[in-house]
Design a protein around this ligand. Structure first.
Ligand SMILES: [Zn+2]
Length: 167
């Protein structure tokens, strides 16, 4: 995960060369050039050196960091142990269908081992399965009716089934 850059140090009404921007932000000049070439940071590339408007740079970085915080990649989780975005250990996750259109994805943090949860749309599941090995637990009537049965029925996700059954 890329480190946070102090984009608020960028002055809105200033022009920056990639080198100057890199100095202020504490990143490599090539990183700034990559933002321009590959990630859509607006810049005047007719000039030499290239010039970036401070306003554009701040907007670009602010948007990127907000996006990282609030909307992780589909297959990433927010870990409350690490207080950051994390990937699933072993690239494995469980999905429990909860409504007609969505459900809960659970996985183990690959860094600290905390159980991570994330509400996902059913329609996003295929994209997630391209990145993670997802075991789908459909909440079909057979499972729901087991709430009266002994708790230790042989599900692979025994612990979570237990929690559900108590609800
Ligand atoms: Zn963690």
């Amino acid at each position: 995960m890329a480190k946070r850059v102090p984009y608020r140090k960028i002055k809105t009404h200033r022009l920056y060369t990639p080198y100057e921007a890199a100095l202020v932000l504490g990143v490599h000049r090539q990183t700034v050039i990559r933002w321009i070439k590959d990630h859509g940071l607006p810049a005047d590339t007719e000039t030499k050196p290239w010039l970036i408007e401070g306003r554009d740079l701040r907007a670009f970085l602010g948007e990127r960091q907000t996006r990282r915080k609030c909307c992780l990649a589909l297959h990433s989780f927010y870990c409350f142990g690490c207080r950051d975005g994390r990937t699933a250990a072993g690239k494995m996750a469980d999905y429990v269908q909860q409504t007609a259109t969505g459900g809960m994805l659970t996985a183990i943090c690959d860094t600290c081992g905390t159980l991570m949860y994330k509400a996902v749309k059913r329609s996003d599941l295929e994209a997630i399965r391209a990145k993670l090995d997802v075991t789908i637990q459909t909440a079909d009537p057979r499972i729901v009716s087991l709430s009266d049965a002994p708790i230790n029925v042989t599900f692979s996700t025994g612990a979570r089934t237990h929690v559900k059954a108590q609800l």
